[in-house]
Write a protein that binds this ligand. Structure first.
Ligand code: ADP
Ligand code: ASP
Ligand code: MG
Length: 429
């Protein structure tokens, strides 16, 4: 008998029928003799709809109240799921994040889990019940307020529960069969991976692959949780995310441990914007001034490029990317310091897209970036910025070029599959 944590995303519980389907899967796992703890997301696009509603009553909703509102989405799905399980003759109990002992810091909208005290969950398990926990939410002990973990945060809830309860596996159920070499909604010829290393998954998630939430992957890596990403809509095995020293559970079934491919996957991101600070005096300390102002505005800077300064002017341009949602505040903060920093003007571009190629094999293989640049050249696509890490190359392009670029690059690295990937449900929102 194992302890299995299962997480069902919004597209898996979008309506009553889907909730019943998920209930059946949970009951089947229980019937097989396992203890089951479930983390569930809000139904379908509920969280987006609640956010829109909040925006209609207040231009900038109070963060505390927004968390109260958004956390209600998961409360609906957890209760319905428990009811559906009851009607199949099994005992199930639902818990909010705070009842489940999901203790976070006080940062509304992107709270971090600081402790998990699953006393009530253990009690319920000991009494033979299936446990259902509302994903994406927690509780802060100092403020005694409800918090949420950030978009996609139910994945983190599941992994944190798996770590706290010492589960055998954390199964993340979604509307695709696992982790693919690219988003199958964009690249139908994307190929499902049997395994992916957690360091590669971190890079993919950080660069737009929302199939797993980056913080959940980080948490799993730190606490040695085995993640199995799979589909609610089929019983096929999905993809295992393997942390350092973790064994591929399939190797015991005869799957050969093959040499890793150089490139694990391609990720795209259309959620970033670019700000250019033009005409910055080319003297020491200006970059520090600019990025201190940007950091204070709360923006999360990604790529940075500084142009060579024109000798005649002694001035240079500095461009950086950041989440679109952070751009207005960062622009305002920079504009307020224009005199002080001494730059000429600010440019804002929210029509960019980012394409990233990720693979641990890049450490040992040369020519990986040449393949990328050649594929983009052959597709006639212009590169605006480039950045690299040990196992990733990212380029900023026009947003409208990203899909074509991703397809060309996917083909160029030999990742295309013979068969088309299936996306079972969801709106891709
Ligand atoms: P859930 O609502 O279950 O949390 P998400 O919408 O957050 O599901 O994540 C699943 C989606 O992630 C898929 O429908 C797919 O469009 C997208 N996705 C992006 N990159 C990948 C990838 N490399 N492999 C699989 N899915 C991906
Ligand atoms: N419901 C939340 C969201 O849509 C959390 C999640 O689904 O993971 O972001
Ligand atoms: Mg998700």
């Amino acid at each position: 008998m194992a302890l299995i944590v299962q997480k069902y995303g919004g597209s898996s519980v979008a309506d009553a029928e889907s909730i019943k389907r998920v209930a059946k899967r949970i009951v089947d796992t229980r019937r097989a003799g396992h203890d089951v703890v479930v983390a569930v997301s809000a139904m379908g696009d509920t969280t987006d709809e609640l956010l829109e509603l909040a925006g209609e009553v207040a231009p900038i909703p109070a963060p505390r109240e927004l968390d109260m509102l958004l956390s209600s989405g998961e409360r609906i799905s957890m209760a319905l799921l428990a009811m559906a399980i009851h009607s199949m003759g099994f005992e199930a109990r639902s818990f909010t994040g705070s009842q489940a002992g999901m203790i976070t810091d006080a940062k509304h909208g992107s709270a971090r889990i600081v402790d998990v005290t699953p006393v009530r969950l253990r009690e319920a398990l000991d009494e033979g019940a299936i446990v259902i926990v509302a994903g994406f939410q927690g509780f802060n002990r100092d403020t005694r307020d409800i918090t949420t973990l950030g978009r996609g945060g139910s994945d983190t809830t599941a992994v944190a529960l798996a770590a706290a309860l010492d589960a055998d596996v954390c199964e993340i159920y979604s509307d695709v069969d696992g982790i693919y070499t690219a988003d199958p909604r964009i690249i139908p010829r994307a190929r499902k991976l049997d395994t992916v290393s957690s360091e590669e998954m971190l890079e993919l998630a950080a660069n737009g692959a929302k199939v797993l939430y980056i913080r959940a992957v980080e948490f799993a890596r730190r606490h040695g949780v085995l993640i199995h990403s799979r589909s609610t809509f089929s019983s096929a095995e999905g993809t295992y995310v393997l942390g350092e020293g973790m064994k591929n559970p399939r190797e015991s079934e005869g799957a050969a441990a093959m040499e890793e491919p150089v490139v694990a996957g391609v990720a795209t991101d259309l959620t970033q914007a670019k700000i250019t600070v033009a005409g910055v005096p080319d003297v020491p300390g200006k970059a520090a001034e600019i990025f201190t102002v940007v950091a204070k505005s709360g923006a999360n800077v990604d790529m940075i490029v500084q142009n060579v300064s024109a000798a005649s002017t002694g001035r240079t341009d500095i461009s950086f990317t950041l989440p679109k949602a952070d751009a207005p505040t960062a622009l305002k903060a920079l504009a307020a310091e224009q005199q002080e920093i001494g730059f000429e003007n600010l440019l804002h571009d929210d029509q960019i897209g980012k394409l990233s190629v990720v693979g641990a094999g890049m450490r040992t293989h040369s020519g990986v970036s040449a393949t990328l640049f050649e594929a983009l050249r052959d597709a006639g696509i212009n590169i605006e910025m480039i950045s690299t890490s040990e196992i990733r190359i990212s380029v900023v392009l026009r947003g409208s070029d990203v899909v074509d670029a991703a397809r060309a690059v996917h083909t160029a690295y030999g990742l295309d599959s013979e068969i088309e990937a299936i996306v079972h449900a969801g709106t891709g929102r």
